[in-house]
Ligand binder design. Structure first.
Ligand SMILES: [Zn+2]
Length: 442
């Protein structure tokens, strides 16, 4: 009896094993056949990818194709084709240079392929060209950059996350290796060290920021940041602070304006947490009492909806005003601060004096480091350790960038602004949360 049962168990185990193997192998064959079908539609010519990155919640890609019929193009799209051959189209913009076509998802770094709403599944990314005579061509893409594959975790919604993996692969079709881009999207539990959003309370340590009377920017920003974190957590987001306010505030503190690029400095805290968005909280100052109101600083080359919404909501809900400052202003309450020519020259001069090669800064490089450095290659991050006065931004060369905004709540030297900031904190927090709910948790 005993040995018979043992045999039965063994037999059952074998049968289940063979069944599982057969199912797995069939699925493999099915996917392989589908992949073959999708990739056999493509042109012989392969598009070359010059640039690809994620910024915030969007994936952007730029590639070049040789195309002899470039004069007859009706339109070009990026196509995400799933294994059942369903196609999802994404707009592309393109420029024709002789017979070469440069195709981009967008010229705004926070637009392109929105990664948050792609269903779980396996996809191949292709380029689809439609001609004036209704002919259609598909192109596969090959990576000629040295950039890393992308692993992206979606923003936490209803306690759940997806992982989007974007990689370059090859498929052997009739003895020819065809390069292609694949996207795998799957439901996952978000790793412990990954967060949705970082909040960066400005200054801290030996650097109090703007000071008026007994009030210090670093302290007010800290209070706001702690409350904002709590509020965002209450709507289900996973939030990390770049400092917690317990740092040494003496004049000799190791936590200072130079330590932002240290291993545990605010820039690297944000990079390590793989957040999608960063919000820096600051209080403004000016040498005369002529300015007041709220300013939102945004990166260059972004679509400004989030920045505008932050400004509008704060002004309306916290009963403040759009800033009266005109320098670097783009629209009411929205500012883009990039390097000016004299600052670029000054930076180069400083580099030569200290004996290192000047940084590659242009007049579209963001001036504020929490906007520039956390954006990686997309925003022109450059603190790579060559200046020995600073640490290193470990993510300066990353193609996964954090979309970052800096909020100047108001002017510490203006009576009304200061009173409002001290007494009306929860309204400011309501306003910022409203934008985040509308644009980020959607
Ligand atoms: Zn500040």
């Amino acid at each position: 009896m005993k040995s018979k049962r043992k045999l039965n168990t063994l037999g059952l185990f074998l049968i289940v094993g063979v069944l599982v193997a057969t199912v797995v192998f069939s699925i493999y064959l099915y996917f392989n056949a589908k992949k073959k079908k999708i990739l056999s539609n493509i042109q012989n010519e392969i598009a070359e990818v010059n640039k690809y990155y994620v910024y915030g919640t969007h994936f952007n890609i730029e590639c070049m194709i040789d195309n002899l019929e470039s004069n007859n193009i009706k339109d070009i799209k990026y196509e995400l084709v799933d294994i059942s051959e369903n196609e999802k189209e994404y707009n592309a913009i393109y420029e024709i240079h002789d017979n070469k076509i440069k195709v981009m998802t967008s010229n705004k770094i926070n637009e392109g392929i929105y990664l948050e709403d792609i269903e779980s599944g396996r996809y191949i990314l292709l380029l689809k060209i439609k001609y004036l005579d209704d002919k259609v061509e598909y192109y596969s893409m090959d990576n000629i950059t040295g950039y890393q594959e992308i692993e992206y975790y979606t923003i936490t919604k209803k306690n759940s996350n997806k992982k989007v993996k974007i990689e370059f692969a090859t498929y052997n079709l009739d003895n020819k290796n065809i390069p292609y881009i694949k996207l795998n999207v799957s439901k996952v539990r978000m790793p412990e060290k990954v967060y949705d959003i970082s909040i960066d309370p400005g200054h801290g340590g030996s650097d109090p920021g703007a000071v008026y009377d007994k009030y210090k920017e670093a302290e007010i920003a800290m209070k706001y940041s702690i409350e904002l974190k709590k509020r965002l957590e209450s709507i289900g987001l996973k939030v990390i602070l770049t400092r917690d306010g317990t740092e040494d505030t003496s004049e000799t503190s190791k936590f200072n304006a130079y330590s932002v690029y240290d291993f545990d400095g605010r820039v690297n805290v944000v990079g390590r947490a793989k957040v999608k968005y960063n919000f820096s909280i600051h209080i403004n100052s000016y040498d005369t009492n002529t300015l007041n109101g709220t300013e939102i600083y945004a990166p260059s080359n972004v679509s400004l909806e989030i920045a505008q919404s932050l400004a509008d909501n704060i002004v309306r809900i916290a009963n403040t005003k759009y800033s009266t400052r005109n320098t670097d202003k783009v629209s009411d309450g929205v500012y883009v601060r990039t390097f000016k020519e004299d600052e670029i020259a000054e930076s180069a001069k400083n580099a030569r004096k200290k004996g290192f090669d000047p940084y590659d800064i242009t007049s579209s490089t963001p001036y504020l480091y929490m906007i520039r450095e956390v954006g990686g290659i997309v925003t022109g991050a450059y603190i790579d350790g060559r200046n020995k006065d600073y640490g290193t931004n470990l993510y300066y060369n990353s193609n996964i960038g954090v979309e970052s905004y800096l909020i100047e709540l108001g002017y510490i030297i203006n009576k009304n602004d200061l009173k409002n900031m001290l007494n009306n904190q929860s309204a400011y927090i309501d306003a910022i949360t409203k934008t985040i709910e509308e644009y980020i948790c959607k």
